[in-house]
Every structure is written in structure tokens, then in C-alpha cells.
Design a protein around this ligand. Structure first.
Ligand SMILES: [Zn+2]
Length: 197
């Protein structure tokens, strides 16, 4: 399997990788009209806060286009975004099968809300939003109409509920440091952080 097939999800593969680079180039053409939605997929990677979203639309020539988002819901928010403007159903199926843990089919609304939560994190911690996301976010429909999620910036690692303010603030403080990773659960799930300062 090449980096291109795994879409850059390989150690040491980034925009300089010759296999991954063509996708960056493919992302730099003009924003498209809104083609019909085909399918949405989502997956959460356990105990990491990482999640991925794929939004697939149908091109007029019946090929597919897909937006791939790599989210980091415990640190920087929207980590990566890229778009493949033309892929076949076989290519998409291969991508989906190769993913571990597997993707599950989702709704556009659920994907929008997850991406919005990541967008909010990026904004609040000062992590640069990938330009591909700015340019291609119409793949997700009108994200400006999706409200920010309520409650704490980061959520409990176990139940997804709100974290107390001091726990979320601590995670925010270290969000841009690559060597720090938190696994914080709410008090209900056995966390040590008190609900109040
Ligand atoms: Zn919890």
C-alpha cells in the first residue's frame, strides 16, 4: 500500500512525499458547485481523541469526489483536510476497507457537528485551519449555519460529556505541544478534576 492510497496516514508522509503530494495539487483547483451528496462516513480512534470524517458527493460524470478530514478532538481540532475531486467507487471502497478502526456510515448533520466542534477547538487554541478546509468546506454544506457545540471545549474521554472548566482549560493550555497527550474523564467517569475551581 502506498502513502497515496492511505492518504498520508503514514509516519513521515506529508506534503513533501511524492505519493501524497498529488492530492495536495488536486486540492488547489477552484471550489466546486455543490454536487449531490452520496454518503458520509465517520470513525473514532479509541483513547486518542482522533476522529476522521469523509463526505462523498457525486460528480456530474458519475464519478465521486470526497473530502477527508482528520480531526483531533483532544488537542488542535481540524488537523488535516484534503479533497479528491475524482475517484471511483472501487477506490473509495478500498480506502474504507483499509481503515482501522473501520469507518461507519453517518449523516451529514452528525459530520457537520463533529467538524464544528473541531473547528471551535482550532479557533480557541490558535491552531491554523487548513486552507483546504476553508476552500472546500461547501462539501459539508453551509458550515456557517451550524452552531458551535454547547458546553466545554473538550469532552470526557469516556462518556463524551462536558469536562469541568479547569480540566478543559488545562488541555487547551497544552494543545499546541506535540509531546503532551491528555486522557481526562469527567468526575462521573472517575476523573479527579473537581467540577469547580
Ligand atoms: Zn464521563
Amino acid at each position: 500500500m502506498t502513502c497515496r492510497e492511505s492518504r498520508g496516514n503514514v509516519n513521515g508522509c506529508d506534503a513533501r512525499c511524492p505519493y501524497f503530494a498529488p492530492r495536495i495539487v488536486a486540492s488547489s483547483v477552484k471550489p466546486p458547485p455543490l454536487y449531490p451528496l452520496e454518503k458520509c462516513y465517520m470513525r473514532h480512534i479509541p483513547t486518542s481523541g482522533a476522529a476522521s470524517v469523509i463526505v462523498v458527493r457525486r460528480n456530474p460524470d458519475k464519478s465521486l469526489r470526497a473530502m477527508f478530514l482528520s480531526l483531533d478532538l483532544w488537542k488542535v481540532g481540524i488537523r488535516e483536510c484534503f479533497v479528491d475531486v475524482r475517484l471511483t467507487e472501487e477506490q473509495l471502497t478500498r480506502e474504507l476497507r483499509a481503515a482501522k478502526p473501520p469507518f461507519e456510515e453517518s449523516t451529514l448533520s452528525d459530520c457537520q457537528q463533529l467538524v464544528k466542534a473541531a473547528e471551535r477547538i482550532s479557533r480557541e487554541v490558535g491552531y491554523p485551519i487548513p486552507w483546504e478546509y476553508d476552500r472546500w468546506q461547501s462539501m459539508l454544506d453551509d458550515m456557517k449555519r451550524v452552531p458551535d457545540p454547547p458546553g466545554s471545549l473538550y469532552k470526557c474521554a469516556k462518556c463524551g460529556g462536558d469536562l469541568p472548566e479547569n480540566a478543559a482549560a488545562l488541555m487547551k493550555t497544552y494543545a499546541l505541544q506535540s509531546d503532551v497527550q491528555f486522557y481526562i474523564v469527567c468526575r462521573k467517569c472517575g476523573g479527579e478534576f473537581a467540577d469547580e475551581w
